[in-house]
Design a protein around this ligand. Structure first.
Ligand code: GAR
Length: 338
């Protein structure tokens, strides 16, 4: 399992681990003021991302000059006369070459081919000048004013194959003033964009270290298993299988709980042989929980930036299976035969 190297950056009572900075490529078509906001935010101490490339479909995009002057690598390839997928592939190759993990669309006024979008699922973000799901597409400011809305605003969202339709990660409302026209409103919304985009990207690229996000990932997988419920144990979220009375725990979430550092989930193994095999296989990923190790539990670390969630899901399912009542596992065995 390939994981990015962990760097210990500080220890305040407990070990904190932080990954290298996320690498982002910013795609623009014109002025590039959002790109500039991202660039200057990236110069602040503790910014968790760095820009590896500013690329454009328009060789004359103003933003390219600024990026170049600031010492950021740039790339431009005109889309004119090219088929969409071909052009997208050229941009994709440039982004990959720069070493970026994320694509950040910042006024990149091109509809993207499905093939390109599919290469960057959950890794491509866009900023749009409306309060999505309202006013997808163009002329957003004018449409908000004409509709008589009190507020317009901007949204940062994940990019999917549907236009301006992916999960919204952050939004800022901007009041529409009585004498606003599309230009005056756009001028104010851009201030909001410049604040929203760097902050949302920072939160998104560090979500793997956010205890609430990690807990949500464990929770949704644990509760997807049959007949499970969440019941806190010693003040931390934990999940049981079986009925209210005789149910048994199959997972405990530990955020510096049970005398442990860091964030992990405890799951049941088949016994000491399996525990040892896991510890041998990946001592960075697994450890024996102090209070639970002897009874067959293993802790799986969740606070690095490339947790393999399919693997965690499989470990939860296995743990569930070990403690679930026979009447439940029997049904699954029968289903598996078909
Ligand atoms: C921004 O307002 C951005 O939200 C919008 O283009 C402008 C680019 O300005 N994007 C879209 O409309 C995408 N659907 P900038 O080049 O100064 O960042």
């Amino acid at each position: 399992m390939a994981r990015r190297k962990l760097g210990v950056v500080k220890a305040i009572g407990a070990a904190h681990i932080m990954a290298d900075k996320a690498k982002i490529a910013v795609l623009i078509s014109g002025r590039g003021s959002n790109m500039a906001a991202l660039l200057y935010a990236s110069k602040l101490p503790d910014c968790p991302y760095e820009i590896t490339l500013v690329a454009s479909n328009n060789p004359h995009a103003k933003g390219l000059e600024l990026a170049k002057a600031e010492g950021v690598e740039t790339f431009a390839h005109d889309h004119k006369g090219m088929n969409r997928e071909e052009h997208d592939m050229i941009m994709h190759d440039a982004v990959i070459k720069s070493g970026a993990d994320y694509i950040i669309l910042a006024g990149y006024m091109r509809i993207l081919s499905d093939a390109f979008v599919q290469k960057w699922v959950d890794k491509m973000l866009n900023i749009h000048p409306s309060l999505l799901p309202k006013y997808k597409g163009l002329h957003t400011h004018k449409r908000a004013i004409e509709a008589g809305d009190d507020y317009a605003g901007c949204s940062v969202h994940l990019v999917t194959t549907e236009l301006d339709d992916g999960e919204v990660l952050g939004q800022t409302k901007v009041k529409i003033l009585p004498d606003d026209d599309a230009d005056s409103l756009a001028e104010r919304i851009i201030y909001a964009e410049h604040q929203l985009y760097p902050a949302t990207i920072a939160a998104y690229v560090t979500r793997h270290q956010n205890p609430d996000w990690i807990l949500d990932q464990v929770r949704k997988r644990a509760l997807a298993l049959e007949e499970t419920l969440e019941r806190p144990s010693f003040g931390t979220p934990a999940w049981r299988v079986g009925n209210e009375k005789s149910g048994k725990y199959f997972a405990y979430f530990s955020h510096r709980h049970f005398g442990e550092n860091g964030i992990s989930v405890f799951v049941k193994t088949s016994g000491s042989d399996e525990q040892e095999a896991l510890l041998d296989a990946d001592p960075e990923l697994y450890f024996l929980p102090k209070f639970y190790g002897k009874s067959g539990w293993i802790a799986v670390r969740l606070d690095h930036d490339s947790t393999d969630w399919d693997h965690i899901e499989a470990m939860l399912a296995k743990s569930w299976r070990i403690v679930a009542p026979k009447r439940l596992t029997k049904l699954i065995d029968i289903a598996n035969e078909f």
